[in-house]
Design a protein around this ligand. Structure first.
Ligand SMILES: [Zn+2]
Length: 425
């Protein structure tokens, strides 16, 4: 059984390459979110003749959705001949900006040796193509399978997924009653299983002051100095406390095994002038200073404690520093997600990797986040992993590429997983 499907996938090498190239040649840049409709129609045109029922869904009213840049998604479903579980492959169709430093056409899809080049080759059109080829090989091999296969192409993962997976989850597409297993073919490597990701909490903190003439600062109150007290407290208390906390989750790279916080921006006082402005600054005591923090927290910490730790610190300064006042505005929050190692999708893909590669997979977790957060929190579906071809380090880089051999290996693992989950005997 196994040999025959692996051979079938090998025979589809040319088709896999062509499909990956075709996907790369549809420039689905986000922002602004271009050609989502085009890529959905392309996928429907491929999948419908192969027995899939395709639904195109626009995330009306989602952030970024407009008539000029509509957020289109596709869910393709192919039911088997008998009842059973539904296995869903979810890929985001958007790619990030091209950036500088390319030596190939970013939307050309050039094949050189084993590598296909292009923006999105690795993140994650190669993974999407591999999952389609895997499903097609499986259906040809086992036309009488039970349950259902779903393939979705979703918008906006690179900007939070609100016009994509989050929207579909709100519409019930990831209800555990209709979908039982989810594989997200993000580029975590053909030999690794990604169980989830850390949490994130973004907030703007503003310190308040009082404007006065800069030659008599004692008549005002400097909001930037108050922010200095906040940054001091971060250095003295918050960062050392965070550095002591490590997660049990297998987060990569190693530095992300602990709590981290980036101070994303700082601004106080008069607005910055354009570079060609030749005037001098006016003499004012700033009455406002703002920072944006990007706090990545561990599943063991939780969102409430993460937030409370910062608020307590600010309240402590307020109690002890004359004139200090602040406002805190939450910008966004992402809960951590972690699928259990004994979840059916994990053990299935684990065994499939062993069958295909002859070695046990490594378990990893993502330092950032990806669409699993929405499937977990909104969809309440816990049986979800990221597994797909490509090197994470290659994502978003110039001359992004995907290796054909890695796509073929991943497709074998996915097809083998379908055999485990959708063949009853
Ligand atoms: Zn991605």
């Amino acid at each position: 059984m196994t040999d025959s499907i692996f051979k079938r996938i090998e025979e589809k090498r040319g088709e896999l390459i062509a499909l990956t190239q075709d996907l790369i040649r549809i420039p689905t840049l986000n922002p602004p979110g271009e050609n989502y409709r085009e890529i959905c129609e392309f996928l429907a045109k491929r999948l419908e003749p192969r027995g899939y029922t395709c639904t195109l869904i626009r995330a009306k009213g989602a952030p970024g959705d407009s008539d000029r840049y509509p957020r289109w998604n596709i869910v393709a479903r192919r039911d088997g001949s008998r009842a059973g579980d539904c296995v869903h492959f979810n890929s985001h169709t958007d790619v990030v900006e091209v950036g500088q430093g390319w030596t190939r056409d970013p939307f050309g899809g050039a094949l050189e040796g084993d590598l296909i080049y292009g923006r999105g080759a690795c993140d994650m059109k190669g993974g999407l193509a591999a999952s389609i080829i895997a499903a097609e090989a499986f259906v040809e091999e086992h036309p009488d399978y039970c349950g259902a296969i779903e393939i979705s192409g979703t918008a906006d993962e690179e900007s939070g997924g609100y016009g994509g997976v989050a929207y579909l989850a709100e519409q019930g597409y990831f209800d555990p009653k209709r979908v039982q297993h989810v594989i997200i073919p993000e580029p975590l490597g053909h030999d690794r299983i990604c169980l989830g990701h850390r949490g994130g909490w973004w907030a703007e903190i503003e310190t308040k002051g009082e404007i006065a003439h800069g030659c008599m600062p004692f008549l005002g109150d400097c909001a930037v100095r108050h922010m200095g007290a906040v940054l001091d407290a971060f250095e003295e208390k918050l960062y050392p406390a965070m550095a002591k906390r490590f997660t049990e989750m297998p987060v990569i790279p190693d530095g992300a095994r602990q709590s981290t916080m980036n101070i994303n921006s700082i601004h106080g006082g008069q607005p910055e002038q354009p570079a060609d402005y030749t005037g001098l600054p006016a003499h004012c005591v700033p009455d406002s200073c703002k920072i944006v923090i990007d706090r990545r927290f561990l599943i063991e910490e939780g969102i409430d404690a993460t937030q409370a730790e910062v608020v307590d610190l600010l309240d402590d300064i307020k109690a002890n520093r004359p004139g200090f006042d602040y406002e805190l505005r939450e910008i966004n929050r992402v809960i951590p997600s972690m699928t259990a190692k004994d979840a059916p999708i994990v053990t299935t893909v684990h065994d499939a990797i062993r069958d295909v590669l002859g070695q046990d997979p490594a378990y990893v977790a993502s330092p950032g986040s990806y669409d699993q957060k929405h499937i977990d929190r909104i969809g309440t579906l816990k049986n979800c992993i990221a597994y797909g071809p490509g090197e994470l380090e290659m994502a978003h880089k110039p001359d992004e590429y995907i290796a054909v051999t890695e796509m073929l290996d991943s497709a074998r693992v996915m097809a083998r997983s379908l055999q485990t989950l959708l063949l009853s005997d």
